[in-house]
Design a protein around this ligand. Structure first.
Ligand SMILES: [Zn+2]
Length: 386
């Protein structure tokens, strides 16, 4: 008889934890933990562990499918209700996810519950902008003060560790999110359009320069960056395909003159480009569970297995180039050599995992697959052990 999918997964997760390095976080003993299973991602919380080794022993014994940890530090992490834990501060944490209701590839309405490379690349680009344009550039953090990990599903988590950030309350964290998202900012606030005498349909457009701080400077830099590459320059105007026009346009923007090369419907074009520059670090599907300003939330513990994919919420090692990091290839908990037999309970599309592209699988078909991919499909509830 085929194994129950939950027990089948738990057995494999437990075996992984019994041989893996203990997952850890700074001041682990001050954090609240939660475990989840087949039905719910958090079934138990208010747990605490005195050391990474104690946590690892419990993971090997209890075999949870999900492990979450608080961004907050508590005097009594096990106490309940929450108020009795005595909150001592929290890391600054960001959760960036590819939307589950659309797909960046444009080939399908959504690729969820599977995750396609386009969606991962899009959210990776946003993660890099969050890190480079805001956390490093504007907030003065160093790469060593950041822990960047794959979420295990459709995104990344960025944790900033700095004493000065720990006491920030909900409102201050919300202000940080508003700043990063450019809430309330419009392109009209940073550009001035003046009519040109004698030319009724032409305007002189003055805008920000790349040396300016905040969003204005970022916008100018982004536009210059786009204009430098003939492929992206056409999103501004087809005129910029011509090298001399692009150079003239760039020189103008650097000096705050945005109409040296006249662009048709310039205001609308720049408005659209500006809106696409805004980063979203709030979970728009579930606004009440925002991990940045909800300082009592628990979220996926780095370097544990995500029960919805069987992939690790793996920390990206320091020194690894973020722009080329492929989590679906690097964040494996299970083997690509060992084989497992599973039966598809639904039609499964072609999926890329572990550096390989797997063909689509018909519903009800029994197949032998690398363990990492078999676990992935059982976690997705798209296949059962056979
Ligand atoms: Zn996709």
């Amino acid at each position: 008889m085929a194994a129950n999918p939950h027990f089948w997964l738990a057995e494999r997760f437990g075996s992984y934890y019994s041989r893996a390095e203990p997952p850890t976080l700074p001041r682990l003993e001050r954090r609240e933990f939660g475990f989840g299973g087949w039905e719910r991602k958090i079934e138990f919380r208010h747990l605490s562990f005195s050391s990474p080794m104690k946590l690892a022993e419990t993971l090997a014994k209890d075999k949870p499918l999900y492990v979450s940890a608080s961004s907050a530090y508590y005097e009594f992490p096990e106490a309940r209700p929450m108020a009795r834990k005595n909150w001592m501060g929290a890391d600054l944490v960001f959760d960036l996810d590819a939307p589950s209701d659309k797909c960046a590839s444009g080939r399908a309405a959504t690729c969820s519950p599977f995750t396609c490379p386009d969606c991962i690349h899009k959210v990776r680009e946003n993660m890099i902008r969050l890190v480079e344009d805001f956390l490093l550039a504007d907030f003065g953090l160093s790469r060593q003060e950041l822990q960047i990990s794959f979420s295990g599903s459709r995104g990344f988590h960025v944790r900033a560790y700095k004493k000065e950030l720990e006491p920030l309350g909900r409102d201050e964290r919300r202000e940080i999110v508003d700043y990063i998202e450019g809430s309330g900012l419009t392109v009209e606030q940073m550009m001035v359009q003046e009519p040109i005498a004698g030319h009724p349909n032409m305007y002189k457009l003055s805008g920000p320069t790349p040396s300016m701080g905040g969003y204005a400077g970022k916008f100018a830099k982004r536009i210059i960056h786009m204009a430098e590459d003939p492929i992206t320059a056409v999103s501004i105007s087809s005129k910029l395909k011509k090298k001399e026009n692009a150079e003239k346009f760039i020189a103008g923007v650097k000096a705050g003159r945005w109409s040296d090369v006249p662009i048709t419907h310039a205001q609308e074009v720049f408005k659209q480009l500006f809106d696409s520059l805004k980063l979203s670090v709030s979970n728009t599907v579930d606004t009440d569970v925002n991990v940045t300003f909800d300082t009592t939330k628990i979220l996926r513990m780095p370097d544990t297995i995500h029960g919805g994919s069987g992939l690790l919420a793996k920390t990206i090692p320091m020194g690894v180039d973020l722009a080329s990091y492929e989590p679906m290839e690097k964040a494996l908990a299970f083997s690509m050599d060992k084989k497992e037999t599973v039966k598809a309970t639904q039609a499964i599309p072609s999926v890329e995992l572990g550096g390989r592209t797997f063909d689509a699988i018909e519903k009800d078909k029994t197949v032998e697959l690398p363990q990492a991919y078999a676990v992935y499909l059982v976690c997705k509830k798209a296949a059962v052990p056979a």
